[in-house]
Design a protein around this ligand. Structure first.
Ligand SMILES: [Zn+2]
Length: 366
């Protein structure tokens, strides 16, 4: 693997709007194929790299991270060439105006630059100055003067729109840009696959780059149904609260190590969330302590859940845990992580997977 910065810069430059992840699907097949015993793509686009274990009867482990990203979809092409849109996933309206975006032809093959128009400041009435408009009042400016210019490029209703790639290194160890959520997780999967290629695990390990987390959180479900793992670890980002506005609402900060989830909950209609299997969670914590690396204990309730709620799948359910890389400014184009946390995350994940065997007692009530 290249340096973490170079690898993330590359991975975040590959757009993969939820449901339209084909570029990332082929990238992951390309990355996994030289490393894994088998690589499989299911009908939804989930890419599974299988590493057969030394002992087939040992418990199997599924490690997954979502490779899709949030964005927008074109809902209307105005006769004067401006594009209207809706959100795909939890795109924050407040950070949209003035942002560069890439708009894709409906066959997904070509992209064109544009930006979200923003009200001219000189002409903004005082009562509108502090108001965030709804998406139906916003538009994308592509530099077109007619709808025909959009149609000529294959842009139409249904076109995908993503933030434009913009990764930068900030300060000594911070990196910022679009789609750190969850290309950071994908980077960890690639690093794990490289390790497993040289170090055969005890039980079978499935490394899954999954789809549609940002849209419906259910994309990974067929992988669980088909593979029936005994245990699983979800790799994703979590919100660091070490900025002046959040003021440590939760005790997670950049640069203090990966976070081990204790509980997350969406708290609204989905009722989705995760309280990890206590023994699997403690196994991860003990492994990190043995490595003498820092980690953070994370709880979070609010606009947050992810595809780890799949612990309820299968006849017996799945012993699930969650390892997160702290990140500021989630879902904005300036998502920010610390390289040291990512480095630690790679080491932790490799060690957890190589230690995992039948001696890890995941039974409940004993
Ligand atoms: Zn995510």
């Amino acid at each position: 693997m290249k340096s973490i910065y170079e690898e993330l810069k590359y991975l975040t430059s590959i757009s993969a709007l939820s449901g339209m992840e084909d570029r990332m699907v082929s990238e992951m097949v390309k990355r996994f194929e030289p490393l894994a015993d088998e690589v499989e793509v299911d009908n939804l686009g989930n890419v599974t790299a299988t590493f057969h274990g030394k002992e087939e009867e040992s418990p199997s482990l599924l490690i997954f991270a979502h490779m899709d990203e949030l964005g927008l979809m074109v809902t209307k092409v105005e006769s004067n060439g401006f594009l209207r849109f809706d959100r795909i996933g939890g795109v924050p309206e407040k950070t949209l105006r003035g942002q560069f975006v890439d708009v894709y032809s409906t066959d997904g093959k070509e992209s064109f630059p544009g930006f979200i128009g923003t009200h001219a400041h000189h002409l903004t009435p005082p009562d509108q100055k502090y108001i965030v408009p709804k998406t139906d009042q916003m538009y994308i400016d592509m530099g077109f003067t007619s709808d025909q210019e959009a149609y000529d490029r294959g842009i139409n209703i249904g076109s995908a729109v993503t933030y434009s790639p913009n990764m930068r290194q900030i300060g000594k160890t911070r990196i910022t840009g679009k789609t750190m959520d969850n290309r950071v997780g994908i980077l960890l999967l690639i690093a794990l696959a490289e390790y497993l290629n040289k170090h055969k695990p005890t039980g079978t390990v499935y490394v899954v780059a999954c789809v549609q987390e940002e849209f419906s959180i259910r994309g990974v479900m067929p992988a669980f149904t088909r593979l029936e793992p005994d245990a699983s670890i979800c790799i994703d980002i979590t919100s660091a609260c070490d900025t002046p506005d959040l003021n440590y609402r939760y005790n997670v900060a950049l640069g203090k190590g990966p976070a081990v989830l204790q509980m997350n909950f969406h708290g609204r209609g989905t009722l989705a969330g995760l309280i990890p299997n206590p023994k699997l969670r403690m196994f991860i914590e003990k492994t990190i302590e043995d490595l003498d690396l820092p980690y953070q204990r994370q709880t979070i309730i609010g606009e947050i859940t992810d595809d780890a709620f799949t612990l309820v799948l299968g006849k017996y359910g799945v012993a699930m845990a969650h390892l997160s890389i702290p990140m500021r400014y989630s879902h904005s184009p300036v998502e920010t992580c610390d390289i040291q946390d990512i480095e630690s995350g790679i080491n932790v994940l490799r060690e957890v997977v190589s230690r995992f065997d039948a001696s890890v007692d995941l039974r409940r009530g004993v």
